[in-house]
Design a protein around this ligand. Structure first.
Ligand SMILES: N[C@@H](CCC[C@H](N)C(=O)O)C(=O)O
Length: 291
């Protein structure tokens, strides 16, 4: 039977915003063009990305995780590209599951392309995600904006990041274009670039240019990558000290708290909010040209 309307919700985590498309049976054809249309801030609903909510058992990329996590976060960037993980997205995804009655406050597991993530929905309204461990490839990278270049640390949180400590967050300009980087081989599938300044002890502020979405007001995996890089720069690696360490990371859209444990596990805590719900005609997703 042809569906005459599709439900969506809108949510955000520290102002990294998402169109949420509930689709338990994986029946909606979300082409890259359809995702770009949904995310368009003038001709569409508008968002940094799409959270396609599918039962793990119904998605070929997630069926192997179905025993551990009932729901799969099929995350897409606003240009329609697929990403391995989205830190703010997984908090908002968990909030949606609670909102829809698919999960109770407390602990739940969410399948992602970056593996199963364990999430805690706190009564306070904050959501904590166990993000797994960072990988720190050895290569030194350089990021370039206009005529400025900075050394950056390569951090992988399931998705790729380049973290550059800078003198001022203004120096990166408006980040209308993706920063260039070298060597190209460091990021064969592109990269999210974070610019970071210090605010105080274990407290930093950052801006981010996201692969596939442009400059956004927050990036959860980016905040984790920044904390991991800052912890090492500051000589506080928990594997060496034996003590967990928490960094406060300010972003244009809010604040995230990132804790690294001695065994390398990283927890991210921050808000997740559902702001609206609505419906659209699915045939609109199939139109080839923007009206
Ligand atoms: N905003 C996200 C990251 C989304 C994916 C990223 N743009 C990529 O392509 O890797 C977050 O909160 O982590």
């Amino acid at each position: 039977m042809t569906q005459t309307s599709l439900s969506f919700l809108k949510g955000h985590g520290t102002e990294n915003d998402f169109v949420i498309v509930p689709d338990p049976d994986n029946a909606v054809e979300l082409t890259p063009a359809a995702v770009a249309r949904l995310c368009d801030r003038r001709a569409g609903i508008g968002a940094d990305g799409v959270l396609h909510v599918v039962r793990s058992a119904a998605h070929p990329e997630a069926a192997h995780m179905a025993g551990e996590a009932e729901w799969f976060m099929d995350y897409r960037n606003s240009d329609g590209s697929v990403a391995e993980m989205c830190g703010n997205g997984v908090r908002v995804f968990a909030r949606y599951l609670e909102h829809a009655g698919h999960a109770e406050p407390g602990d739940l597991a969410v399948a992602t392309r970056g593996g199963v993530k364990h999430v805690h929905l706190d009564k306070s309204g904050d959501v904590t995600v166990s993000m797994g461990r960072a990988a720190l490839p050895d290569e030194q990278v350089t990021v370039v904006v206009g005529d400025r270049a900075w050394p950056a640390r390569n951090v992988n949180m399931g998705n790729p990041h380049a973290v550059a400590f800078v003198e001022s967050l203004d120096h990166a300009g408006k980040l209308l274009e993706a920063p260039r980087y070298s060597p190209a081989e460091a990021y064969p599938a592109g990269v999210n670039v974070e610019f970071v300044v210090d605010r105080g002890p274990r407290h930093v502020a950052m801006r981010v240019h996201e692969r596939g979405s442009g400059e956004t007001r927050s990036c959860g995996t980016g905040a984790c990558a920044v904390a991991v890089a800052a912890i090492r720069r500051d000589g506080l690696d928990p594997a060496a000290t034996g003590a967990p360490v928490t960094y406060t990371v300010d972003l244009p859209g809010g604040t995230l708290y990132i804790t690294e444990h001695p065994d390398g596990r990283i927890d991210m805590t921050g808000p997740a909010v559902i702001v609206a719900a609505g419906e659209f005609d699915p045939s609109w997703l199939k139109e080839t040209a923007f009206a």
